[in-house]
Write a protein that binds this ligand. Structure first.
Ligand SMILES: [Fe+2]
Length: 476
């Protein structure tokens, strides 16, 4: 296995470097070329007309959606069991609910006792290694930990891998000869942090944001292609569940400190505690297609009259908005950061009443959200117990992703932070860190790049080619 990597190591730090809202940065005007980009996307008169009509339909829909979401609250979020998701005959209603919402709670993935044991082992690991970095520095809760034995076990747990594959499988990846660009049959292990949020905490308050870069969604031609229907004025035809263009998208054009070096189809966490609404949990905007459409159309429009002069309904009405052919403004899209949302930048989402907290999770349950999903963390934790999660996403096999796994493997073997995260010596000197020999399950080892992928004869040709290339990159 290679001892060096080409990927540049990141500066030491913690999660506050990722969000302009956590680090307290002010909004910065984008360069002039973004005005040009915007005009190019808005296009000719035919497209302009389609966009205006589309915007009118969408903003009307968002108003109704806000009412619905506000009324249903947690009932908007599907709660599905492990068996319902992974069974070969999972019901079309279950799948439809996940696809419409874009986020859900998955119950009974890991045995409750095992998950509780994971929490106590994690606490012991932190105690044995008090030099561990975390945020906030004086009361650490989001830990710069990637290689605890618990994390290795949780990532390679057979039921965790089954879930990840079932989720990847929700994306359509239909190529008759098999796809050389992406396999939704193989889940890779992306090492991320863990959080143990204390009752009373109000500092780890992440505002609404979407991962996967910011202006890249418009600026990178491959990324933009994912949203082509929306940018042509047909938002209703946008399908967030097509994987082909997503895996080719460049999500990090500006070397953002919090950018993700892999295409992550779903972000997710596994809960180690019993945590409900108002206890520092995750919030989402529970309508996937609508939020994708609004995200992409928003910078193409500007208000005519300011909010202060109108009622809320008149301000939001499509007659108060027009195509923006002049400014460079992409609201909530600072360079090198993730896409952020608030009531000023994205008023039609009515985030104050539409960001819904996840229903209560118990130890061993998981929360999942689609890569476009707007998500936030509740600003205060009013519960009585720590709210604790292991971040473990669902990552398909692609060439870009396997290159990352190769670099991640180098860091893992040295005990250094995973390549996407703040650098330094990490856990290399820690007592009780997880090692290569701790990952014993074959599929879990393959997901970490520690063993070659099998290439069964009955696989489609494209998939065989992809797996061969992946093995080659990993040096097998
Ligand atoms: Fe995020």
């Amino acid at each position: 296995m290679e001892a060096t990597q080409e990927r540049k190591e990141r500066q030491e730090g913690d999660i506050s470097s990722v969000f302009s809202s956590l680090s307290g940065e002010a909004a910065v005007e984008l360069p002039a070329r973004f005005g040009e980009l915007k005009r190019q996307i808005i296009g000719d008169e035919t497209n302009q007309r389609s966009l205006v009509e589309s915007w009118s339909r969408l903003t009307k829909r968002l108003g109704q959606a806000a009412e619905e979401i506000d009324r249903k609250k947690q009932n908007c979020i599907p709660q599905i069991t492990y068996d319902e998701l992974t069974s070969p005959s999972s019901s079309p209603e279950v799948i439809e609910a996940i696809k419409t919402t874009g986020a859900f709670v998955l119950k009974n993935v890991i045995d409750r006792k095992v998950a509780e044991e994971w929490l106590s082992q994690t606490k012991s690991y932190i105690k044995a290694n008090p030099e561990v970095k975390g945020f906030p520095k004086d009361d650490k809760q989001v830990f710069e930990l990637y290689w605890s034995k618990v994390q290795l076990e949780a990532r390679s747990h057979p039921r965790a891998l089954e879930v990840q594959k079932a989720l990847l499988n929700l994306f359509s990846n239909s190529k008759r000869e098999g796809n050389e660009d992406v396999s939704t049959k193989v889940a890779l292990s992306y090492a991320d942090r863990l959080r143990i949020r204390h009752p009373g905490d109000a500092r780890f308050a992440l505002g609404p944001h979407a991962d996967g870069g910011s202006v890249e969604r418009w600026e990178d031609p491959n990324y933009r292609k994912v949203y082509e229907q929306i940018l042509r004025g047909n938002w209703e035809n946008f399908d967030p569940w097509v994987i082909q263009d997503r895996v080719k998208a460049e999500q990090n054009m500006y070397d953002g400190p919090g950018s993700c070096g892999v295409f992550r189809a779903f972000q997710g966490w596994t809960s180690l505690s019993s945590t409900g609404p108002n206890e520092g949990t995750l919030r989402v905007y529970p309508l996937l297609k609508e939020l994708g459409a609004y995200t992409m159309l928003r910078p193409l429009f500007r208000e005519i009259r300011p909010r202060s002069t109108l009622t809320q309904a008149d301000y939001l009405h499509s007659s108060n908005w027009e195509l923006d052919m002049q400014s460079t403004s992409f609201p909530g899209s600072p360079l090198a950061r993730c896409q952020e949302y608030n009531d000023n930048t994205h008023p039609h989402l009515e985030l104050n009443r539409t960001m819904v907290s996840m229903p209560r999770v118990e130890p061993g349950d998981q929360a999942w959200w689609h890569c476009d999903m707007i998500h936030s963390v509740e600003s205060t934790h009013n519960g009585t117990e720590p709210s604790s999660v292991l971040y473990i996403p669902a990552v398909p096999l692609t060439i870009q992703n396997i290159r990352y796994i190769k670099d991640q493997r180098i860091n893992f073997l040295k005990g250094k932070p995973a390549p996407d995260f703040p650098g330094g010596i990490g856990e290399s000197q820690f007592q009780g860190r997880g090692l290569d020999s701790d990952i014993t399950i074959k599929e879990g080892r393959q997901a970490m790049g520690l063993e070659a992928f099998e290439i069964p004869l009955d696989l489609k040709e494209g998939e065989k080619i992809l797996r061969r290339k992946a093995n080659e990159i990993l040096g097998f």
